[in-house]
Design a protein around this ligand. Structure first.
Ligand SMILES: [Zn+2]
Length: 456
């Protein structure tokens, strides 16, 4: 409902404080009309009371004075009438209802004086779409004589006779923002299900624009300028191509007091295996690590201290890997890149944090469960019954009593050969399957220039 200037009915306008000049001007009109009659009376009376020459002077002077007075009163009347005309009240329509207002009232004061006709202001919104303040938007939405008028133009619009105004709720306004271009880290896509995992595509950073709200501090992604390229970790079981049948025996947790006896059996049988040594063990037995390689076997890392890598922070993880490589390199003169993570635990996070350090992470297809010491025959049976072309079998040459592994090994080798298998190292096994990149097979992986690891 209208209030203040527009709230009163039209007929009461003379009582308003704002209309005082109006009221005075109207009263001045009639009073100005009386003196206009007086010169007529004076002009008739004076010539009869005086002489010829003097009366003529007097007549002429009093006529001038009367004319001036008449002019003065006419001027006052004219000004008063004009004043009244230019400051008169007019009828306007607000949201369909008629109301009275002094002509020429600026739109902004009309709205303010009438409490914006009860409409709610818009909200100030964050760039993320959250309400920062309930009333921080525009005060109202206004259509003036059919035109939409923005708030900053309300002062320059003035009300006239018959003006039509529609006042609606204010519009929401979004806070200001700053924009910056930032790098987008690649994500990781890790396949599952295979015994050997390696990076088949390196990650590359992208670029995007980000808005930061000046009031809220919220950050919102706006535009991807250059998409990031994800890091892809492939996970494959070996499927040897061609006619041969191949299998890889692997021994973890050494070198230990059992390692030389295992090496002797392998040498005696002319077979090869792969040893995943702990760096901390290699430091104390460098000659055994060297003996592994000298026997034509493959030497790889089982990390330094056999920690569960997903429990490690980034620095510890990287150290667990690189320290073991250092130890092996110091012992044998060459640096491996292949690892077997303790417990096989190497998740997306570990790949994102340390994928640049390794060529591959090797799991297994046949678990002998030798660490449970199930008896030598059970270990033999486990390998022989689980064997298939391209399989990797898990055994141990350290971390506990390995008498059963030593007892089982000759029968395992003989049994596999009887099934037609050639016992090869893990790298030799990978080389039978062209899906494995050459640098992975050769342990010569290098993260390319410009590639980056995923954020983790
Ligand atoms: Zn282990």
């Amino acid at each position: 409902m209208p209030r203040k200037t527009a709230a009163r009915p039209n007929g009461a306008s003379g009582a308003r404080p704002g209309a005082k000049p109006h009221a005075r001007a109207v009263q001045g009109g009639p009073s100005g009309a009386h003196p206009a009659k007086q010169p007529v009376r004076v002009r008739v009376a004076r010539p009869a009371a005086v002489g010829q020459s003097a009366p003529r002077h007097r007549t002429s002077a009093s006529g001038l004075r009367a004319a001036l007075i008449a002019f003065g009163f006419l001027l006052v009347f004219g000004l008063g009438a004009g004043y009244a005309f230019f400051w008169r009240d007019v009828q306007v329509t607000v949201n369909g209802a008629s109301t009275s207002v002094r002509i020429g009232t600026p739109l902004d004061s009309f709205l303010e004086d009438n409490g914006y006709f009860g409409v709610a202001p818009g909200h100030l919104l964050s760039i993320g779409g959250n309400v920062i303040t309930e009333d921080g938007g525009t005060r109202a939405t206004v259509t003036f004589d059919g035109r939409s008028v923005a708030a900053d133009a309300w002062t320059s619009e003035h009300l006239g006779d018959g003006s039509s105004i529609e006042v609606g709720p204010g519009a929401d306004v979004e806070e200001g923002h700053t924009e910056e271009t930032v790098e987008v880290a690649p994500q990781i896509e890790k396949q599952a299900g295979g015994a050997i995992q390696f990076v088949s595509q390196w990650g590359r950073a992208g670029k995007k624009t980000v808005w930061t709200g000046e009031v809220s501090g919220e950050q919102v992604d706006r535009e991807v300028l250059e998409p990031a390229q994800n890091m892809v970790v492939s996970s494959l079981n070996v499927h040897p191509e061609g006619e041969g049948k191949y299998i890889a025996l692997t021994f973890d947790d050494g070198p230990s007091g059992y390692t030389q006896r295992i090496l002797d059996i392998l040498a005696e049988k002319g077979a090869k295996a792969t040893f995943f040594n702990l760096g901390s063990q290699v430091v104390g037995r460098p000659a055994l690590a060297k003996a592994v390689l000298d026997g034509g076997n493959e030497l790889a890392s089982h990390t330094n201290q056999h920690m569960n890598l997903p429990d490690c922070d980034r620095d510890t993880l990287r150290s667990e890997i690189s320290t073991s490589f250092d130890a092996i390199e110091a012992a044998v003169g060459s640096r491996p890149q292949m690892i077997r993570a303790p417990y096989g635990a190497f998740t997306d996070v570990e790949w994102a944090r340390a994928g640049d350090l390794i060529s591959c992470n090797v799991l297994w297809n046949i678990d002998t469960l030798d660490w449970k010491r199930p008896g030598a025959q059970a270990i033999v049976d486990g390998v022989l019954s689980g064997a298939y072309n391209g399989a990797i079998a898990l055994m141990h040459d350290g971390g506990g009593n390995r008498d059963q592994d030593i007892e089982a090994l000759p029968a395992i080798i003989d049994g596999l050969r009887a099934q037609g298998y050639e016992l090869v190292t893990v790298s030799e096994l990978m080389a039978t399957d062209s899906r494995f990149p050459r640098e992975v097979v050769e342990g010569a992986v290098k993260m390319p220039e410009g590639a980056v690891l995923p954020a983790a």
